[in-house]
Structure formats: structure tokens, C-alpha cells
Design a binder for this molecule. Structure first.
Ligand SMILES: Cc1cc2nc3c(=O)[nH]c(=O)nc-3n(C[C@H](O)[C@H](O)[C@H](O)COP(=O)(O)OP(=O)(O)OC[C@H]3O[C@@H](n4cnc5c(N)ncnc54)[C@H](O)[C@@H]3O)c2cc1C
Ligand code: FES
Length: 268
């Protein structure tokens, strides 16, 4: 397994100001905030933690993956889902409010060798990092197939969110785009198209497992960005471990991850 203990050495604790915090789909928001490149360059798959309130509740910082970074305007973004106390508070913040951030954290998605076809799969709160990766790989000239899964048409973000990046939308109920899961969509791709490809994915664990199994069937490499509930976010508490094949049998998502080679993980 690829260890990356250098990953968090560049992290900073900083206060930054919000530029926008806009809804993009029911319960989903895009948060844009100032990011001085001196704090480290956000790259796809890396994340930050936000302390949403100075009060004791919620006490813990919450992790969110970068969904973009524009060096010209020095603006970073995160796409998040409102699903509990911290994200409720985050959704109530407005432009010019400040954010207490620690980041950039984690290892991020590795860049494949030049010309490698890339199959990108995002779903749920995993949409942001995969969208960031799609834009980044496209700008570097990689052949990219970007697939995003949603429950139903109403959950598909507005086209402005994708901003020209081509995406194959899949819905579970068939109300928009391809009818079926993202893995069902991958199965429709010819073996010619997927030959030598690397699969990159972030989203719900069943989707990650499905992508891993798809990659195994087709003999492809697969990188998954894992989500675990985090306490410290910097490698100290062991609260975010996932089971891996190599000794010692576990790895910290915040420190060795969040991106892992899917074949290194123990899937249950
Ligand atoms: C590396 C990493 C990157 C992440 N990136 C994003 C992102 O880009 N956008 C986004 O919306 N969310 C992301 N998350 C998840 C996000 O951290 C949680 O949604 C957030 O902490 C919820 O806080 P809350 O107080 O609103 O809800 P809570 O009350 O803490 O949780 C609400 C519900 O969500 C579940 N939950 C909370 N945290 C997680 C988690 N980490 N994994 C799985 N289930 C969880 C809880 O079990 C509970 O059922 C990421 C998590 C990790 C570990
Ligand atoms: S959250 Fe503490 S070690 Fe990962």
C-alpha cells in the first residue's frame, strides 16, 4: 500500500472569508472561499476540516473535499450536503462570514501516466472531488469519462455546477440521463474504450465497492477516496481507520488516505 506520511506536512490552520455559499440541488451547496496559495495548493482528492462554530457544539471539525481551486481569483470551493448540525450551520453562512479551516489534508488522487484513459465516478458527497479531478485531468489532456450518479432528476445539480465539463448523468429512477447506477453505466462501455484505463471514484461505500469489483472484472486499476467519520483529522486519534490487506491491517483515512488503491483495501 502506498503510504504518504508527508501528506499533511503542508497543512495550515487559517481563517478565511466566504465568497459564496449557494444551493446547487436540494440540500446540496457550493461553498466558495478565499484561498491564499501560500497555504498550499488544493489538488483533487485532498480535503480540509472546518470548525463551523466557536461554541462547544458541534465540537469536532468536519472534513470536506475540495471541489475546485482557481489560482487566478485565489478561490477554493467545496460541494457539501446538509445532513446534520455542522452542515446546517454551514448552510446558514453567507458571503464575508469567516471560516476556521485546517488544510490541505490527505494525499489526493495520483496523476496517471500521460495518455491513460480515466474513468471517473462520483456520487452523493463524492461529487465535488471527482468534478475537480475531471476538470484537472481534462486540462492536462487525459481522455476522461466522467460519470455521476443521483437518486432522481431533482437531485442533479444545475448545469453551471459542471461549467462545461462533460458528465454522463445516471439516475436510479431513470428520470434523467442513463437509467441505472454509475456501475451499470460503466458496464455499457466497450472493453476497447476501457482498455488500460484507471478508475477513480468517490461516493457511498456500495458505489466504491461496485467500482472496485468492476475494475477487478476488467483488469483495471482503481483508486477510491474513502469517507470515514473523523475526530482529529490529522492522524492522531485512529478514529478514521479502514481495514487494509497489509500489516498492520488498517490505515488512517485522514493520513494515509483518503485515496487508496482499491485492491489494497479489505471490502466487506
Ligand atoms: C475525507 C472526507 C471528505 C469529505 N468530503 C465531503 C464533501 O466534499 N462534501 C460533503 O458534503 N461531505 C463530505 N464529507 C462528509 C462530511 O464530513 C459529513 O457530511 C459532515 O461531517 C456531517 O456533519 P454534520 O454535523 O452536518 O452531520 P452529522 O450529524 O455529523 O452526521 C449526519 C449523518 O451523516 C453521517 N456522517 C457524518 N460524517 C460522515 C462521514 N465522514 N462519512 C459517512 N457518513 C458520515 C452520520 O453518521 C450521520 O448519519 C467528507 C468526509 C470525509 C471523511
Ligand atoms: S481522524 Fe484522527 S486519525 Fe484520522
Amino acid at each position: 500500500m502506498r503510504r504518504n506520511d508527508k501528506s499533511n506536512k503542508s497543512m495550515k490552520h487559517l481563517t478565511t472569508s466566504i465568497k459564496n455559499n449557494n444551493p446547487i440541488a436540494p440540500d446540496f451547496y457550493e461553498l466558495a472561499f478565499s484561498w491564499d496559495p501560500g497555504n498550499g495548493i488544493p489538488t483533487p482528492g485532498r480535503f480540509l476540516t472546518i470548525r463551523v462554530s466557536e461554541s462547544a457544539v458541534p465540537l469536532l471539525r468536519r472534513p470536506f473535499a475540495f471541489s475546485g481551486y482557481d489560482p487566478t481569483t485565489q478561490t477554493a470551493t467545496v460541494i457539501y450536503q446538509r445532513r446534520g448540525p455542522a452542515t446546517d450551520m454551514l448552510a446558514a453562512k453567507t458571503a464575508r462570514d469567516t471560516l476556521d479551516i485546517v488544510g490541505p489534508l490527505g494525499n489526493g488522487f495520483p496523476v496517471p501516466s500521460a495518455g491513460t484513459p480515466c474513468l471517473l465516478v462520483g456520487g452523493g458527497v463524492g461529487l465535488g472531488p471527482v468534478l475537480f479531478l475531471a476538470r484537472d485531468l481534462e486540462s492536462k489532456g487525459f481522455p476522461v469519462t466522467f460519470v455521476a450518479g443521483f437518486r432522481t432528476r431533482a437531485m442533479v445539480p444545475s448545469p453551471a455546477t459542471f461549467n462545461g465539463t462533460h458528465v454522463a448523468v445516471c439516475t436510479d429512477d431513470g428520470t434523467a440521463g442513463f437509467a441505472g447506477t454509475t456501475v451499470d453505466y460503466l458496464e455499457t462501455l466497450s472493453t476497447e474504450t476501457t482498455k488500460g484505463a484507471v478508475v477513480f471514484c468517490c461516493g457511498p461505500t456500495p458505489m466504491l465497492k461496485g467500482c472496485h469489483e468492476y475494475a477487478q472484472r476488467r483488469g483495471l486499476r482503481c483508486r477510491v477516496s474513502m469517507e470515514q467519520v473523523m475526530a482529529c483529522g490529522v492522524g492522531a486519534c485512529m478514529g478514521c481507520v479502514v481495514k487494509v490487506k497489509q500489516k498492520p491491517g488498517y490505515a488512517r483515512v485522514c493520513k494515509e488516505g483518503p485515496v487508496f488503491e482499491s485492491g489494497d483495501l479489505l471490502w466487506e
